[in-house]
Design a protein around this ligand. Structure first.
Ligand code: URP
Ligand code: ZN
Ligand code: ZN
Length: 472
C-alpha cells in the first residue's frame, strides 16, 4: 500500500522545505514536489511540519532496581514514546548472567513480544574480566554497537579506571562506542555513609551526597581514558556546567567525545528535591542548579552536546496506591520504598513521551534552538552516533518511513492525565505545551492518529546497528 504525505513542511537536521513524501510499504521511496499517484492513500499535512520520528537513545524499560522495576515495560513505554513522536529507542541491558550472550537473550525475552516501536540495546559492562574481554567483540554480531560503563555505584556497577581503559581499547577495535556515566563513586560512598550516620535521610540528601565536581572530573577522566585508548566516547545524561566545559576542552584537543543531556537537566534544579514530594525528582546524576541548566543550553546551542535523550526510568511516586491505567488498576512499588532513607528511593524519572513536546515548546518556540537543531538533537544525531542512520532519523529516500506529523500550534495542558507513561506523576504537570505530534508512522504504518493508538505489541522490530559510527 502506498501513502503520500502531502502539503507538509519537511523539517530535517539541515533543511526546511515544502515537499511530499511517498511511502511504499515500510520505506520512504520518494521525496519531492506534488507527488501524485492514483492508488495511494493521501495523508494531508497542510499546515503541519513533517519530521523524522524521534530516536531516544537512553531509556530503561522494566529495569530491576531496589527490589522493584521501572514501571514502563517494552509495550507501555514504547506506546508512550510513540504518543510523544518517538519511533525508535535504545534500552540498556543489565549484566546479570555469566555471559553477555545470556544477558542479551534475557533482554530479548523481555522486549521482543512487547515492542511497539523499533528498538535496540546498549550493553552495560559492570563486571569485567578476561572472559568478558573475549566476549565483548561479539556484541556487534548481535546488533549491539555501544556499551555503557560507570564511574559510580561502587561494588555494584562501577569499573575501576583500568577496567574502563581496557574496555575502551577493546571497544575501539570492535567498533563499539563506549558510553560513560560520569560521577565520582568513592566520594559519593563516603558522603552517603556520613549522611546516613548523621540522620540526613531526605530526598535532598541524595543530591547533596553526589557533588557536581565529581561529575566534572569524571568527564575529564573518561575523556583522558578515551584519549589514551584512542577510542570514541559518549557522555550520558550530562547535568553540570563544568561537564560542558570539560567536554569542550576535550573536543578542542581532538578527543573523540560526544555528549548527551536530558530535558530534566535543562528545566529543573535540586530545589525540586527539597519539596515535600522530593522523592519524585530523585535520579542519578541528580538535578543541579540554575547555572547548570543555562550552561547545558549553551552546550546544545554551540554543538558541544549532540543529543537529547530522556534517561526514561519511571517509578510510581506512591506505588502502594493503584492508578487506573488503560482501564486496569495498576500499582508498582516505587519511590515510597525510600521513605525515611533516600538511598532506597529508586533512581530515575519518567520522560520518554515528554521529550519532543517539551523541547519544542521550550526549545524551539523560545528561540533557543531552531526546528532543524531540534531534529538533529532528537532524531538524526542519535541515529548517526548509534549506527541507525540512514535507516532511522532522516526523511530521505530509502529510510524507514518513521515519521512524526507535527502540529506546531497544537496546545495541550500537559500532565499525568494526558500522558501515556505508566506512572502516577509527570515532571511537567500543569505545563502549557504548544506543538505536538498528531500522526505518527512506524515503518509506513500509522500507529498514532489524533490521540488514538493504532499500534500493536510485537510490531516493533529489533534493529541491528552498525559499528564504527561517525563522531559528530
Ligand atoms: O537515575 C537514573 N538515571 N536511573 C537510570 C540509571 C542511569 O544511570 O542512567
Ligand atoms: Zn547512568
Ligand atoms: Zn540511564
Amino acid at each position: 500500500m502506498k501513502k503520500i504525505i502531502k502539503n507538509g513542511t519537511l523539517i530535517t537536521a539541515t533543511d526546511t522545505l515544502k515537499a511530499d513524501i511517498l511511502v511504499e510499504g515500510e520505506v520512504i521511496c520518494d521525496v519531492g514536489q506534488d507527488i501524485t499517484i492514483s492508488d495511494a492513500e493521501v495523508i494531508d499535512a497542510t499546515g503541519m511540519l513533517v519530521m523524522p520520528g524521534g530516536v531516544d537513545p537512553h531509556v530503561h524499560l522494566e529495569l530491576p532496581m531496589f527490589g522493584t522495576v521501572s514501571s514502563d515495560d517494552h509495550y507501555t513505554g514504547h506506546r508512550a514514546a510513540a504518543f510523544g513522536g518517538t519511533t525508535t529507542c535504545i534500552d540498556f541491558i543489565s549484566q546479570d548472567h555469566a555471559t553477555l550472550a545470556e544477558d542479551v537473550a534475557a533482554w530479548h525475552d523481555k522486549a521482543d513480544a512487547k515492542a511497539a516501536i523499533d528498538f535496540s540495546f546498549h550493553m552495560n559492562i559492570t563486571r569485567f574480566d578476561e572472559q568478558i574481554a573475549a566476549e565483548l567483540p561479539t556484541l556487534p554480531g548481535n546488533g549491539i554497537s555501544s556499551i555503557k560503563v560507570f564511574t559510580a555505584y561502587n561494588n555494584r556497577l562501577r569499573l575501576d579506571d583500568g577496567g574502563i581503559f581496557k574496555v575502551m581499547r577493546i571497544a575501539r577495535e570492535a567498533g563499539l562506542l563506549t558510553m560513560v556515566h560520569a560521577e565520582n563513586g568513592d566520594v559519593i560512598d563516603i558522603l552517603v555513609n556520613e549522611a546516613l550516620a548523621a540522620g540526613r535521610t531526605k530526598p535532598i540528601d541524595h543530591a547533596l551526597t553526589r557533588p557536581a565536581w565529581g561529575a566534572v572530573e569524571a568527564v575529564l577522566r573518561a575523556s583522558s581514558l578515551a584519549a589514551s585508548a584512542m577510542a570514541p566516547l559518549y557522555i550520558v545524561h550530562m547535568n553540570v556546567a563544568g561537564e560542558v566545559d570539560q567536554l569542550e576542552y576535550a573536543r578542542q584537543h581532538g578527543i573523540q567525545v560526544m555528549g548527551e543531556t536530558c530535558p530534566q537537566y535543562l528545566f529543573f534544579t535540586d530545589d525540586q528535591l527539597g519539596q515535600t514530594d522530593g522523592a519524585k525528582w530523585v535520579c542519578s546524576p541528580p538535578l543541579r542548579k540554575n547555572e547548570d541548566n543555562v550552561r547545558l543550553w549553551q552546550g546544545i546551542q554551540n554543538g558541544t552536546i549532540q543529543v537529547i535523550g530522556t534517561d526514561h526510568c519511571p517509578f510510581f511516586y506512591n506505588g502502594s496506591k493503584s492508578i487506573l491505567f488503560e482501564g486496569q488498576a495498576v500499582a508498582i512499588p516505587g519511590k515510597e520504598l525510600g521513605r525515611g532513607d533516600f538511598t532506597k528511593i529508586p533512581n530515575g524519572l519518567p520522560g520518554i513521551e515528554d521529550r519532543l513536546p517539551v523541547m519544542w515548546t521550550h526549545g524551539v518556540r523560545t528561540g533557543r534552538i531552531t526546528p532543524n537543531q531540534f531534529v538533529a538533537l532528537n532524531c538524526t544525531n542519535p541515529a548517526k552516533i548509534f549506527g541507525l542512520h540512514p535507516r532511522k532519523g532522516t526523511l530521505t529516500k530509502g529510510a524507514d518511513a518513521d515519521i512524526a506529523i507535527w502540529d506546531p500550534d497544537k496546545k495541550v495542558d500537559y500532565g499525568v492525565a494526558v500522558a501515556h507513561m505508566r506512572t502516577d506523576y509527570n515532571l511537567y504537570e500543569g505545563w502549557k505545551l504548544t506543538g505536538m505530534p498528531v500522526t505518527v508512522l512506524l515503518r509506513g504504518k500509522v500507529i498514532v492518529e489524533n490521540g488514538s493508538w493504532l499500534g500493536r505489541r510485537g510490531e516493533g522490530k529489533f534493529i541491528y546497528r552498525s559499528t564504527h559510527n561517525p563522531i559528530l
